[in-house]
Structures are given as structure tokens and as C-alpha cells.
Design a protein around this ligand. Structure first.
Ligand SMILES: *Cc1c(COP(=O)(O)O)cnc(C)c1O
Length: 463
């Protein structure tokens, strides 16, 4: 047995999966019990050949693997994984660096600095801004909002890191009525209960109404955090960021933007007006593992002024060796100590695609979203509920019941996959186009399959 045997086995299985993914049934129809049968059994008492472990694992897990990296998966906002980023991810595991300190991985530390600069430039954010590399946008929301909490309380003469929250001045938190659940979760971890959130009414696309925010802000004093959103999970619409920041800053508030996928509009010149004023906010949470198509475990917590973020996250201990101040200490930027060198796949993507390649990825997906919306809405009884401004399409097939039936049929049929959502009182099907490998032919094939499911469902309902 040589140490590279399991690696060769994994290489073979992984490359075969990636090569064949477009031909698979997009969903998974495996029974849970079947997976327990193939993967489970008693705790092994002794050894198994490592290559055998990989072979067994790849074959046994296969029916339970969803083809989310394929070109016709439109569920949630998933993205895929550009092959160069998968390859880079293999290196991350091979090196098994701990990106918590500079001394534990100078390469990871320096790549975090480099990618931080590239991302800030790509998104057109202030040159002072810096990036913390976290697991996903949920934790990016948490990290940014921890910085916000630090700063608004600091301005009120309170150090929340040492004095805690229990006797602190009250912090008001305002967010649009369509605030993403992960921002609410992040606020909860930070001591702000969901009932304490002051929700601001939204319009038919889910955008915060700026004038309603102005009225709710009022003119009293005290610490305030405003959570805005770039890219609603259902419609893709963004809050009026410029107006929000202007009125919030006039009140001394911190403005955080949850832009898990929508923030990338800022990297495309003709889409940037959708997030006008984005560069004036104080913090931005986004994902690389969604629209940038790097493997999971890639969220970005971006702050215009990095001091509050490091004040909120940083920790010191005598054995955690620090060098000079120039050296990035990864754990000062994220709510973790030991952490993988998750910056590496994103570094590889930025090298492989460059600024133009990333803009093309985003704009190409938006064009495909408009294409599938046009194909579907040409059918009598099919309505597109949102303005397709980005990569999200909300489809309704006549009524709630039929829409649910069509979604179930599409998921079972397997050409493509889309999920459901309830949008402002109506059942809808959500299509998110966010994969680098999706082509016009994939869109047309998917639209045909969806319409065939719709016709079959409508015929059943009528009979
Ligand atoms: C997906 C999403 C999140 C959460 O991101 P994760 O990467 O799943 O942690 C937050 N906000 C919005 C708008 C999202 O779409």
C-alpha cells in the first residue's frame, strides 16, 4: 500500500463525477434507508484498505449525491464549482494548513491579504476596506454585525467586548421586512432577539421602502444598526442602498448590507446601478460559494473600516504567537481559531477568470434567467411574478395547487431542479441561475421539461 493510492482513487471518482454530472438525474430519489444500508453498519473494528474506503464511499454515497454542481440545477442559489477551484480545494486539504496565525501558514495569510485587496477592487468598495474569510454568508453576516455592534456601542462610550451587552446602552436594529433569515440568526447570536428587530415595510419586489425607513429612524439619539439587502433570495431585487445609507449615516447609524449573491452585481458595470451607493455602506456580507462558483466554505465578511471587525473578533493568548503588525492573523478576522485555508480556491478562481471572467459569469447567468423567464411566460397560464433584474425568476403556474404539483413533477422528472417559495401570499417556483456551466441549450431543455410537467399537471387537474 502506498500513501497515494486513496488519492488516485478519489481523483478517478471525482473526475468521473464532474465529467458525467450533466447527464445525471438532477435530484436525488434515494430512500434514506437505502443510504443507511450502503453507508452504515456496525462501527468497524479494524482496518480497511484506504483505496477501498474511497471506492466504497464514492459508490455507496453516489445515489444520495444531488447534482447541484450541474448546469440545470436551479434550486436555492447554489452555484457550482469551477474545476480550477476544486483542484485548488484539493491542495487545501493536502496541505492541511491552519490559517489561524501567520506562523502556522505564511502562504495562507498572504493569500488572504492579496484576495482581500482583489475582492475590494472587484466590488468597487473603498480602498480602506478589508475582508474576513468565513464559512458562508450566514457567518459573514454575524462577523460584520459583530463589528457593527462594537462600533455603534464604542461611539456611545461602551466597550461591548469587555463590558458585555447586558447593561449596555440599547441598540436599535432596523431591517427590511424581507431580511434574510441568516441575518436574523446572526443578530440572535449577538444578543439581539428577533422580536427586537424593527422591520421596515417592503415593496412588491421585496425592497425596503426608503421613506418608511426615514420615518422609523425618527430623530432620537443612540446606537443604531440598519441591515440592508442586495439581492432578495426570491426576486433578486436590492434595497435602495444609496438612500438608506444617506439617511442612516445622518443618524450616526452603521449600515450593513447582506449581499450573499446580489453583491456581485457590483462587479458588472451595467448591473452596478442595481446596487447604487453600495460603496457608501459600512459592511458587506457575501458568498464566494454561491455565485462565484467555488466549493462550499467560502463566505466573505467585508468592512469599510477594519478596526471594529478586528476589535470584535480578535483574541490574545500567550502561546498564540504574533509577529509584527503587518502580518495578517487570520483569527482576528473571523469567529474561529483553527480554520482551513479557505481563501485558496477563491484565489485560484480570481487568477483563472480575472475581472472580466467574473463579470461574464454574472452577466451570462442574468441573460439566461431572462431567457428562461421569456420561454416560460410565453405559455398561457404561466406568470413570472418578479421583475427579472438579476438571476432570480419566480414562476407561478395558474394557482397555488397547480404550482406545487408542477414543482413536484419537475423534481421527479430529473432534467432540471427548482424549488418552491411562498412569495407575498402566492405559491411560486423559484429559479436561480447561478452555475458557471449553464448554457442556452440547458435553459431551453429545462424550459421544455418544465412546460411538459405543467401541461401534464394541468391536464390531470382538468380531468
Ligand atoms: C444564502 C444567503 C445567506 C446565507 O448564506 P450561507 O452561505 O448559506 O451561510 C444570507 N443571505 C442571503 C441573501 C442569502 O441568499
Amino acid at each position: 500500500m502506498t500513501p497515494d493510492n486513496p488519492l488516485k482513487a478519489a481523483y478517478d471518482h471525482a473526475t468521473r463525477f464532474i465529467t458525467d454530472v450533466a447527464q445525471r438525474h438532477v435530484g436525488s430519489r434515494v430512500e434514506r434507508a437505502e443510504l443507511f444500508n450502503s453507508l452504515g453498519g456496525p462501527l468497524p473494528a479494524g482496518a480497511m484498505d484506504p483505496a477501498e474506503v474511497i471506492n466504497h464511499l464514492a459508490i455507496a454515497a453516489n445515489p444520495g449525491i444531488v447534482s447541484t454542481i450541474g448546469p440545470r440545477y436551479f434550486g436555492f442559489v447554489t452555484g457550482g464549482a469551477v474545476p480550477v477551484t476544486v483542484a485548488a480545494d484539493w491542495l487545501v486539504s493536502s496541505w492541511d494548513q491552519n490559517a489561524c496565525l501567520y506562523v502556522t501558514s505564511p502562504a495562507a495569510s498572504v493569500m488572504e491579504d492579496i484576495v482581500s485587496g482583489w475582492i475590494v477592487e472587484l466590488l468597487g468598495l473603498p480602498a480602506t476596506a478589508g475582508v474576513g474569510f468565513v464559512t458562508g454568508c450566514h457567518m459573514a453576516n454575524f462577523t460584520c454585525l459583530a463589528a457593527a455592534r462594537h462600533e455603534v456601542l464604542h461611539r456611545a462610550g461602551w466597550n461591548v467586548e469587555t463590558q458585555g451587552l447586558q447593561r449596555a446602552p440599547r441598540v436599535r436594529v432596523l431591517a427590511g421586512g424581507e431580511v434574510h433569515v441568516s441575518a436574523v440568526g446572526a443578530l440572535r447570536y449577538l444578543g439581539f432577539g428577533s422580536d427586537e428587530l424593527e422591520l421596515v415595510p417592503v415593496d412588491g419586489q421585496g425592497r425596503m421602502k426608503a421613506e418608511a425607513l426615514r420615518a422609523q429612524l425618527g430623530d432620537g439619539g443612540g446606537p443604531i444598526i440598519v441591515c440592508a439587502q442586495a439581492g432578495n433570495v426570491s426576486t433578486g431585487a436590492s434595497d435602495p442602498i444609496a438612500e438608506i445609507v444617506e439617511m442612516a449615516h445622518a443618524r450616526g447609524a452603521w449600515v450593513h448590507v447582506d449581499g450573499a449573491f446580489g453583491l456581485w452585481a457590483a462587479a458588472v458595470p451595467e448591473l452596478r446601478p442595481l446596487v447604487r451607493g453600495i460603496e457608501t455602506a459600512d459592511s458587506w456580507a457575501t458568498d464566494a460559494h454561491k455565485w462565484l462558483n467555488v466549493p462550499y466554505d467560502s463566505g466573505l465578511a467585508i468592512v469599510a473600516d477594519t478596526a471594529p471587525l478586528r476589535a470584535a473578533m480578535g483574541m490574545k493568548a500567550s502561546y498564540l504567537q504574533r509577529g509584527d503588525d503587518e502580518e495578517r492573523i487570520g483569527m482576528d478576522w473571523a469567529p474561529e481559531s483553527s480554520r482551513r485555508a479557505r481563501v485558496v480556491p477563491l484565489y485560484a478562481l480570481l487568477r483563472a477568470l480575472g475581472r472580466d471572467g467574473i463579470a461574464n459569469l454574472v452577466r451570462g447567468n442574468c441573460a439566461l434567467a431572462r431567457r428562461i423567464a421569456a420561454r416560460l411566460s410565453a405559455e398561457p397560464g404561466v406568470t413570472i411574478l418578479n421583475e427579472v433584474v438579476l438571476n432570480q425568476v419566480l414562476v407561478r403556474f395558474r394557482n397555488d395547487e397547480l404550482t406545487k404539483d408542477v414543482i413536484a413533477r419537475i423534481q421527479a422528472e430529473g432534467t432540471c431542479w427548482a424549488g418552491g417559495a411562498f412569495w407575498q401570499g402566492q405559491q411560486a417556483m423559484r429559479i436561480a441561475v447561478s452555475n458557471w456551466s449553464t448554457t442556452e441549450a440547458d435553459i431551453d431543455r429545462s424550459a421544455d421539461a418544465m412546460l411538459a410537467c405543467y401541461r401534464a399537471a394541468a391536464a390531470t387537474a382538468a380531468s
